[in-house]
Design a protein around this ligand. Structure first.
Ligand code: PMP
Length: 429
């Protein structure tokens, strides 16, 4: 049989033809950042046409430690060159043991989190699905309370507690069993959500049955960069406890240091019943997804919630190294300095651009152009930034908020350079 000739790789820079020909129309980010990337280091991404971009998007919060972090890379490459086990279902492995003990020692222990760790499928939505399913099993109830503006993922259960109607329609979810309550803050103003929840739960004729759980993001990212206040989260914890309703904190994007502490909910001093973690927990951009459950909630039967890809071994190795960074003075100094600089930028924008709302915590900032130009202006900011070498994404109901998520440990000259471009972009747009 004749062997087919090897098709030569396309060599022309920024040739998109194969993507247009073969990849589904569902792709989205490539339309906003129309180059072909091939390398990345720290806070920079490199396109094959020779252009360099400062990354203020970080894989939607997946690359909190920057691209190809040296400390993590060494451990990953050692593991690969040593023929470390690459797939093990949920068998006991050294990589998993190292991760669990390091995570317990560095992250859980100091925060008094007495939880068990469930390894879910590889993505964030898998952790949310497991959390919802567990809450139903534990309580014997079927419903959930979720918040307007919430984003929890694209599989069916997660979509059920996600606010965006377009995504819900595409997923064919009907909204049965989920009661949406306005989040504390949103484009329509503030709302006393907790009193509404109390009222619904107190009134036997409210039409709303007591739910299995309330699911909440401590800072809504996709919804438009709205941090919940510590007082609000504390009230939510108090009310859910009083009514025997579980509290699920979705830390998938706000967690792993993005908002200044490892978990965002720490800032409120609360202890949730279930926590979902993904994105940057994999340290190096590798897929890993955890559901942390209060020890007494571990009512699973063996194999009752299973899957082939639960606990990527290479991600365990990277995640272990990433946890260790939290004990390193240099990393902690770098991220404190960068967060301080970003919050100063926030004040600069507030002063220079009246009518523009700027919200954020730690290394997460949202520049809300909803009142001053809307999504058209935000899109122009994004395009200007990209044309001047900065990758930044939009969020909010109508893509009216510029979402700034640099690596936590970005160096100040590069951070400044990116922020200068953003300032120019705001002026130009
Ligand atoms: N929850 C939150 C808060 C998220 O931001 C996301 C992803 N943007 C998800 C869940 C879903 O994660 P994934 O895309 O990995 O399924």
């Amino acid at each position: 049989m004749a062997i087919a000739p090897v098709t030569p790789h396309v060599t022309r820079a920024n040739d998109f033809s194969v993507f247009e020909e073969l990849e589904s129309d569902v792709r989205i980010y490539c339309r906003k950042f129309p180059v072909v990337f091939h390398r990345a280091k720290g806070a920079e991404m490199y396109a094959e046409d020779g252009r360099t971009f400062i990354d203020f998007f970080c894989g939607a919060g997946t690359l909190n430690y920057g691209h190809n972090n040296e400390y993590i890379k060494r451990r990953v490459t050692d593991y690969l060159t040593g023929d470390g086990l690459m797939h093990g279902l949920d068998m006991h492995t050294v990589a998993k043991r190292d991760f669990l003990s390091t995570f317990a020692e560095i992250v859980l222990g100091p925060r008094d989190l007495d939880v068990k760790v469930q390894f879910c499928g590889p993505t964030g939505t898998d952790a949310v699905e497991a959390a919802l399913k567990l809450a139903r099993k534990v309580t014997g109830r079927t419903g959930f309370f979720a918040f307007t503006g919430a984003y929890h993922g694209m599989s069916r259960g997660s979509l059920g507690v996600t606010g965006g109607l377009r995504a819900r329609r595409a997923g064919g979810v009907t909204g049965q069993d989920v009661t949406f309550v306005p989040f504390e803050e949103g484009p329509l103003g503030s709302f006393d959500s907790i009193s509404l929840i109390e009222r619904l739960l107190d009134d036997p004729s409210s039409g709303v049955a007591r739910p299995a759980a309330v699911i909440v993001e401590p800072m809504q990212m996709e919804g438009g960069m709205y941090p919940a206040s510590p007082q609000w989260l504390r009230r939510l914890r108090e009310v859910t406890e009083r009514y025997g309703v579980l509290l699920i904190l979705d830390e998938i994007q706000a967690g792993c240091g993005r908002t200044g502490t490892f978990f965002c909910f720490e800032q409120a001093g609360i202890t949730p019943d279930i926590v979902t973690v993904s994105k940057s927990i994999g340290g190096y951009g590798l897929p890993l997804s955890l559901t942390l459950l209060r020890r007494d909630l571990d009512v699973w039967e063996p194999g009752e919630h299973t899957g082939t890809f639960r606990g990527n071994q290479l991600a365990f190795v990277a995640a272990t190294a990433a946890c260790e960074l939290w004990q390193q003075t240099q990393f902690n100094t770098d991220r404190a300095v960068a967060a301080h600089r970003l919050q100063r930028f926030r004040e600069e924008v507030v002063r220079a651009c009246p009518g523009v709302d700027v919200r954020g915590l730690g290394m997460a900032l949202g520049i809300d152009l909803g009142r001053d130009g809307g999504s058209g202006r935000a899109e122009r900011v994004q395009r200007y930034a990209f044309d001047h070498g900065v990758v930044v994404e939009l969020c909010g109901r109508h893509d009216e908020v510029v979402k700034v998520l640099p690596p936590l440990n970005i160096d100040i000259p590069r951070l400044d350079r990116g922020l200068r471009v953003l300032r120019d972009a705001l002026d130009a747009a």
